[in-house]
Design a binder for this molecule. Sequence first.
Ligand SMILES: Cc1cc2nc3c(=O)[nH]c(=O)nc-3n(C[C@H](O)[C@H](O)[C@H](O)COP(=O)(O)O)c2cc1C
Length: 430
Amino acid sequence: MTEPKKHIHLAAHFPGVNNTTVWADPRSGSQIDFSSFEHLARTAERGTFDFFFLAEGLRLREHKGRIHDLDVVGRPESITLLNALAAVTDRLGLAATVNATFNEPYETARRFASLDHLSGGRAAWNVVTSPDAFTGENFRRGGYLDRGDRYSRAAEFVATARQLWDSWPPGGEPRPFAHHGRHFRVEGTFGVPRSPQGHPVVIQAGDSGEGREFAASCADVAFTRHGTLEAGRAFYADVKGRLAAYGREPGDLKIMPGVTFVLGDTAAEAQEKAAEIRHRQISPQNAILALEQVWGRDLSGYDPDGPLPDIDPDPESALAQGRVKIADPFATAAKWRALSEAKGLSIRQTVIENTGRQSFIGTPQTVAAELDAFVQGGAADGFILVPHLTPGGLDDFVDQVVPLLRERGAFRTEYGGSTLRSHLGLHTPA
Ligand SMILES: Cc1cc2nc3c(=O)[nH]c(=O)nc-3n(C[C@H](O)[C@H](O)[C@H](O)COP(=O)(O)O)c2cc1C
């Protein structure tokens, strides 16, 4: 007997704050105006996507002591924004990234339960764990947390939030809660009645062994960067393999890599478009900036069209602040150098090759077939799509690829239920 075909899960990432968006494109809009968020969310809902996703940065990134170019306009706070989007959408899930290091369980549980009520059961919380002192300066205690403690705090944070959500039974009165743990000591009664999903959906993003263990122990969705077939399969097998230890089934955790796509009428046209987009994402200035992040040194004197510097990286550098640190800059620099030498690449070309996130390039037919093959082949349960235009970058995908996925029987033709848990095929906690 053949296995039934797996359905693909799709989410839309609003790409405003990184160089994925080609800001120089005349079609690029605002990353602040509500109309931008509304456009992308409505497109995702038209495509019957599972959810709309917002990343979060808690401090404006800096580069060489100045606010990073792409952060100068800032961004609105995510949950506030999602509550507004709840009013202009009906079924689309609404996912906000909220850090477990710089927040408190009671307040976070309250905000997500509120979003779940106001949206009719569509809230999701992407739990991230950045512990860096630079971000911490915006909060109470500078460095705030040892790096090694961030996942133990995150796990206790999620468990405490669930305890608060559970303290108010469906249709009943709130029961007192008390949690006395290593990171939190909270007790009282919870102010928000039980929300439609009971527990808003929990997403995890982080790649270390501890991050994977955290995902396996308590997340409903893992957001990853493993967007190739081979890396996706390895990650998928590794994380799914960790579930049994927590009494969980493989279907209890959906694995969704963040991926990009470029569509063309022919394969050659799509490749050409993709190369042009990469070129515009990595301008000459951007190339030097990316290099400086790896090397940790001021490299403004180097020619972006010339060879890589032959000096060593500075591992103690604080030149780029507010970004995930490169774990081993020496190894990264060596890898970049080897590639540059082997292929005769300039600085800009090397950065283009090494920071590429373009995953699915082709005609709508080949992209639909490839996405389906990833899911049927155990490399993902679905995808968080990161378009390269804000906010119209998903339009072509929804108009051209979604119908083909539906024809293949790989994607829903309409929403089956009204909650995000129902879209994701997750059970609702009793
Ligand atoms: C796909 C992905 C998306 C992430 N998105 C965010 C984000 O929006 N905001 C944030 O502060 N950290 C984000 N992070 C950072 C993680 O929460 C975490 O701090 C980082 O990956 C280091 O943890 P690790 O050692 O487990 O990978 C993201 C990480 C990954 C892998």
